[in-house]
Design a protein around this ligand. Structure first.
Ligand code: NAD
Length: 329
């Protein structure tokens, strides 16, 4: 079976080559992302393997279908970048890695909170330059603060377990209540109440038509003065322009993001010698109380191993005409 792997980085190749020894698929690695223009590269392949920023829209799917592609193997959990309705129309199966390491994302989420609060990133640079001053490095105790979690699935749950250890009160909103978290003492409220009560808001729900721009002018107005907002889920959950306004008028005290709405043109690439054209990210980068990482929350050895082996199993099941347990329907 011939598989075209898009958006390949050296670490993807390293993990696929390592574990493919047990599967013997023929992988061709493309650094470019998959989109309508690059879809023609799939001629002669049976399947494509894509990541978070590949754009598998209707017109991309049309080209894939013409080229006889039968499977899209997402090497991630989220599938907001694939037009699932159109894939059905073209009879192309879509599989994903529903759970690889919720802990990886949850732990990075907490790293963002601790870094933004205690400013270890600034202290590191200061001390390296012989500046031992504490000026402007003051943080706040997390104990007895309230954190609002939106989306209490696998990552949200793992995150709650970490948060609990810090003695932080947890309020949450999800369309379904998580029994394990009720047992842990998590209090569920409607969305407005979570916005109202939380000192820190962390997003762990998927991006879809109900959650797009969940953080916007109206929701920000309901939040506490100086709120910390953390997004390690998907960039589209946040209306970037509204958040920038919130930072300028100091309603938002801290922002930590691992994802960004226009990230496909930026993240995972070394652009240090280029002129960045994206005005929103440049503005965000200019705030002293904004911390940005480039979609690295998933990036642990354990998660990469799980992503790779599950993707290989998904492709094997398709090849052998077995039930696709990780199919997106
Ligand atoms: P999950 O499916 O286990 O949990 C998602 C939760 O969101 C569910 O409990 C669901 O009921 C809830 N939800 C759905 N619609 C909602 C709504 N309108 N409002 C509130 N809650 C809603 O998924 P997960 O594994 O916990 O992953 C969550 C998200 O994290 C993914 O969708 C993905 O976008 C993101 N993610 C990011 C990274 C990263 O590296 N930054 C890695 C993996 C996943």
């Amino acid at each position: 079976m011939k598989i075209a792997v898009f958006s390949t980085k050296s670490y993807d190749r390293e993990y696929f080559d390592k574990y493919n020894r047990d599967y013997n698929f023929k992988f061709s690695y493309f650094e470019t992302s998959l989109n309508t223009d690059t879809a023609r590269l799939t001629d002669g392949f049976d399947a494509v393997c894509v990541f978070v920023n590949d754009n598998v829209n209707k017109s991309t799917l049309k080209v894939l279908s013409n080229n006889g592609i039968g499977l899209i193997a997402l090497r991630c959990a989220g599938f907001n970048n694939v037009d699932i309705e159109s894939s059905k129309k073209y009879n192309i199966s879509v599989v994903r890695v529903p759970s690889y390491s919720p802990e990886a994302v949850a732990e990075h989420t907490f790293a963002l909170i601790l870094t933004l609060n205690r400013k270890t990133h600034k202290a590191y640079n200061r001390v390296r330059e012989g500046n031992f001053s504490l000026k402007n490095l003051i943080g706040f105790n997390l104990k007895n603060k309230t954190i609002g979690i939106i989306g209490t699935g696998q990552i949200g749950q793992s995150f709650c377990n970490i948060v609990k250890g810090f003695g932080i009160r947890i309020v949450a909103f999800d369309i379904y209540k998580n029994k394990n978290l009720l047992d842990l003492g998590v209090e569920y409220f409607d969305l407005s109440e979570v916005f109202k009560q939380a000192d820190i808001i962390s997003l762990h729900c998927p991006l879809n038509e109900h959650t797009k721009h969940l953080i916007n002018k109206t929701s920000i107005s309901k939040m506490k003065e100086g709120v910390m907002i953390i997004n390690t889920s998907r960039g589209g959950l946040i209306n970037t322009a509204d958040v920038i306004d919130g930072l300028i008028n100091k309603k938002i005290g801290y922002l930590g993001i691992d994802v960004y709405e226009q990230e496909e043109n930026l993240f995972f690439n070394d652009l240090s010698e280029r002129i960045i054209q994206d005005e929103f990210i440049l503005r965000l980068m200019s705030f002293p109380n904004v911390l940005i990482t480039s979609h690295q929350a998933f990036f642990t050895k354990e998660a990469m191993t799980e992503i790779t082996t599950t993707t290989l199993d998904n492709i094997k099941a398709f090849k052998e005409n077995r039930k696709l347990v990780n199919e997106v329907k």
